[in-house]
Design a protein around this ligand. Structure first.
Ligand SMILES: Cc1cc2nc3c(=O)[nH]c(=O)nc-3n(C[C@H](O)[C@H](O)[C@H](O)COP(=O)(O)O)c2cc1C
Length: 191
């Protein structure tokens, strides 16, 4: 079961834009994070939920997608996500953003697995225009955006492959827009 969810939990960059979230569904996903591990149990992470189409459309241009695919602009027009959850750190609780990077990874994966369990999916976006996003969302000074999660109903095919002898881990797309993601073999991970 868990392996199925982990396998389905790909970085989706194309969504069915007709799908809309209810805010409560996104609140449920954030609720999962309350039960996850946190360094010294400080729990400094806070979440901004955007699911109104106008706001999602304003956030989208501040996010960068699949930088490795130089000639492809993703998401394709009309295939953007239906919501964003912006994972932020409350600097009044802790200003040590390095220490809580790991917390960010844990909550991000938890939210995405929760979405996949509902037949949905998302993509972590670490590459985004932070000052502009802070301004757009009117976030107070002590709230520092750390990672953007795009969410929606995936509308693209992603295939996992094995990293070959050349060691190349670069993801790529074929002429049908199928997205391929090479993963290292188990033998190559064990020390
Ligand atoms: C911390 C983190 C930040 C990421 N930032 C971006 C990003 O800014 N834009 C993007 O398109 N993908 C981003 N990704 C997605 C990765 O490109 C993706 O995980 C990788 O290509 C492997 O694909 P997979 O998630 O389907 O296994 C990020 C992933 C992680 C873990």
């Amino acid at each position: 079961m868990l392996k199925d969810l982990v396998l389905k939990n790909r970085s989706y960059r194309g969504y069915d834009s007709a799908f809309r979230f209810k805010r409560e569904e996104l609140m449920e996903l954030v609720d999962l994070t309350r039960y996850t591990a946190s360094s010294v149990n400080e729990q400094p992470l806070k979440y901004y939920i955007a699911c109104e189409k106008e706001e999602v459309d304003e956030i989208l241009p501040l996010t960068m997608w699949a930088k490795a695919l130089k000639d492809i602009q993703l998401p394709h027009p009309g295939m953007g996500p239906s919501a964003f959850i912006i994972i932020c750190q409350d600097m009044n609780i802790s200003s040590n953003t390095t220490r809580f990077q790991r917390d960010v990874g844990i909550v991000a994966q938890t939210i995405l697995l929760g979405a996949v369990e509902k037949g949905l999916g998302g993509c972590m976006i670490g590459s985004f225009r932070k000052p502009e996003l802070k301004k757009l969302l009117s976030l107070p000074e002590h709230i520092e955006p750390n990672l953007v999660l795009a969410l929606g109903r995936p509308a693209e095919k992603i295939v996992l492959t094995e990293v070959g002898e050349d060691g190349d881990t670069a993801y790529y797309r074929d002429e049908n827009d199928v997205h391929y993601v090479p993963k290292r073999r188990l033998e190559d991970l064990i020390l």
